[in-house]
Design a protein around this ligand. Structure first.
Ligand code: HEC
Length: 339
């Protein structure tokens, strides 16, 4: 040994220092994690290579070792970079998907929640949040339903039970919007997410966060509870009549502009009640969210038609029937059926 200072030691010192630096940058997220790991690995490999190169006297051995280390080093870096790339792509896909669900949730809160419920629980329109019947439809089926609507009565194909939403059919949503809504509705079906390899996030959890209008937030909350029974002096006692008609009328006091008149009544068991829609808007008579009426059949069709529509129901079970118009949630009413 002519010189007891191996320059390779310098290389090792500098290489280690740089590796530690890159590792720190990785941990503190200043550099992307896997990139910093790759750079640290390169520093260590190059330092080792130089160390071996300087610590051998024999040029042939030197070169041989150097080549071996180089091959090992490159062999190690390639899979690291490949994993890094795949991970980056997966992160990107997940972030895009999450954005899609947020967009779908915002559209749903604005356009669909009045009929389908802010949680997709179903009100005037069917349940959309993990509905087993709906889950059987293909993506194309659902896209078509949202785009073109659903005719209500085969005899009147121009009258739609659910409106057409696509701008192509006079609606207000673009193809992109409908794509977001499709992904959003699908996100409630766990089996679908699994077969598609998508993250198991149910987009319906994003709806409340997307609402900025206080009236909508109040509606969101009111959809989830029955509300308490009005005071006794708010009820009209109609227990002397066998058949009662409740007109649905325009109102200057109810925030929705409509009301059941009178809203709160007491009737005798066996009474037939007929709701008559006198307004220019469709309405319905639905048990309030969170309530379980003594008679489970108490529920009108989703739409009692404007101007002339009626709904007839005979109360055969005593108890409390809180109800409302699910299209205009401020139209709340209550029927007490006594023996
Ligand atoms: C005016 C009320 C109303 C609004 C608003 C509404 N829907 Fe509907 N929707 C309905 C009704 C009613 C049905 C069921 C029609 C039928 O099958 O007769 C329905 C059915 C559906 C179905 C098929 C469900 C099934 O199980 O058959 C989908 C999907 C759907 N709506 C999506 C949407 C989306 C997305 C929006 C918002 C862009 C929306 N709806 C807005 C009333 C509405």
């Amino acid at each position: 040994m002519q010189n007891n200072r191996n320059p390779g030691l310098f290389a090792v010192a500098i290489g280690t220092a740089l590796a530690v630096l890159f590792a720190l940058l990785g941990f503190t997220r200043i550099l992307e994690g896997r990139l910093s790991f790759g750079l640290a690995a390169i520093c260590v490999i190059v330092a080792t290579l130089l160390y071996i190169f300087y610590s051998r006297g024999n040029a042939v051995t030197r070169t041989g070792y150097a080549a071996l280390v180089l091959v090992l080093g490159v062999g190690l870096i390639i899979p690291i970079l490949m994993v890094d790339q795949q991970q980056a792509q997966a992160d990107q896909t997940a972030a895009t998907y999450d954005k899609t669900l947020h967009r779908g949730a915002a559209l749903f809160g604005q356009y669909c929640a009045t009929c389908h419920g802010f949680q997709g629980q179903g009100i005037a329109g069917p349940k959309l949040n993990n509905n087993p019947d709906l889950n059987k439809f293909t993506d194309d089926d659902i896209t078509r339903i949202i785009s073109a609507g659903i005719p209500g009565d085969p005899a009147k194909p121009t009258v739609l039970a659910m409106p057409a939403w696509s701008v192509r059919y006079g609606g207000s949503l673009t193809d992109d919007d409908i794509h977001y809504l499709l992904a959003f509705i699908r996100s409630s079906d766990k089996a679908y997410l699994k077969t598609q390899g998508l993250p198991s996030t149910n987009g319906f959890g994003y709806v409340l966060g997307s609402l900025t209008n206080p009236t909508q937030i109040a509606q969101f909350n009111s959809q989830l509870k029955t509300g308490s029974k009005p005071a006794a002096n708010q009820f009209t006692d109609m227990s002397g009549q066998k058949a009662i008609t409740i007109p649905i009328e325009n109102s200057t006091t109810n925030p929705s502009g409509f009301d059941f008149t009178p809203p709160n009544i007491i009737v005798k068991v066996g009474t037939t009640v007929t709701w008559e829609n006198k307004t220019a808007q469709p309405h319905n008579v639905f048990p309030r969210q969170g309530s379980t009426p003594p008679d489970a059949t108490f529920k009108s069709p989703p739409l009692i038609a404007a101007e002339t529509g009626t709904f007839v129901f005979t109360f055969t079970k005593t108890g409390e029937y809180p109800y409302y118009c699910a299209i205009h949630p401020a139209m709340v009413a209550w029927i007490t059926v006594v023996a």
